[in-house]
Ligand binder design. Structure first.
Ligand code: NAD
Length: 264
């Protein structure tokens, strides 16, 4: 692995699992000093730290277990990151949750929680860490949105609203930093093979009385023309591109990585 991010520091939210963990591993392998964040059992967090240490060939990374559903939690994580890394060059807003229900039955507390974790946390972290990036003259903010930041699906009102909001936040921040060496971009994945998405296959198989293979192809991936999962490493490589050399003119973009979904 090249050392594309040698000398850089990165805070990746929601990096105890799935896409965030994949990004943390790839960034560590590329030479960045990484701070993890996320929820999970002590065993899961220890396993995530061990994977990132193995990727870097160095020490285990610091971790913040702050709950990002509150502004205070996000600010505590940012304070911890500045203390552990001394500065934050790269912020990846990745933590996210899902809940599926018809809008008329959508529980209010689920709406509030999804908006808080999937959208407001990105705002609070950007507000806390962007001043340091501007002061040091370089920074990267990568927001993990979704194909659902560009197009909708039924029964995902909060998630779709939050992810469209993330794309809007991304564009606004990008315009505010456009004349600086800081960029802000969104990545819009289709279905990626992670715990968050795999539970939806199980649910769809039960709901339609079909095997998980049929549920995956005919139901979950109905809108994903490639008919295959996007892999975590593919998303991580897009994030690495946005944070590496040569991507400084990419700003305010919502980059699809969805097997053709948003083209339809
Ligand atoms: P995941 O469930 O594997 O990981 C989610 C991470 O977020 C975990 O580390 C979890 O601990 C953390 N998290 C959740 N709630 C939190 C909270 N309140 N405070 C702090 N951390 C919290 O999910 P994933 O599939 O890797 O998803 C990561 C991101 O990618 C999410 O924003 C998701 O919306 C987005 N995304 C996923 C897919 C997909 O198909 N998997 C597709 C498009 C976008």
């Amino acid at each position: 692995m090249d050392q594309t991010l040698a000398g850089r520091t990165a805070l990746v939210t929601g990096s105890t699992s799935g896409i965030g963990l994949g990004i943390a591993e790839l960034f560590a392998a590329a030479g960045a000093r990484v701070m993890l964040n996320g929820l999970g059992t002590p065993e899961a967090i220890a396993a995530a730290r061990a994977r990132v240490a193995e990727a870097s060939g160095g020490a285990e990374p610091p971790v913040s277990q702050a709950d990002l559903s509150t502004a205070a939690g996000v600010r505590a994580m940012c304070d911890d990151a500045r203390a552990a890394l001394s500065r934050v060059d790269i912020l990846v807003n990745n933590a996210g949750i899902q809940f599926v229900s018809p809008v008329v039955e959508f529980p209010e507390e689920k709406w509030e929680l999804i908006l808080a974790v999937n959208l407001s946390a990105a705002f609070h972290a950007t507000k806390a860490l962007l001043p340091g990036m501007l002061a040091q003259g370089w920074g990267r903010i990568v927001n993990i949105a979704s194909a659902h930041g560009l197009v909708a699906s039924p029964f995902k009102a909060a998630y779709v609203a939050a992810k469209h909001g993330v794309v809007g936040l991304t564009k606004t921040v990008a315009l505010e930093v456009a004349e600086t060496q800081v960029t802000c971009n969104a990545i819009c994945p289709g279905f990626v093979r992670t715990p968050l998405a795999e539970v939806q296959v199980t649910r769809l198989a039960e709901q339609h009385g079909v095997s998980e293979a049929v549920a995956l192809r005919e139901h979950l991936l109905a809108k994903q023309p490639s008919k295959r999962w996007v892999e975590v490493e593919e998303v991580a490589r897009m994030a690495l591109y946005l944070c590496g050399p040569g991507s400084g003119a990419v700003n305010g973009a919502a980059l699809s990585i969805d097997g053709g979904w948003a083209a339809g």
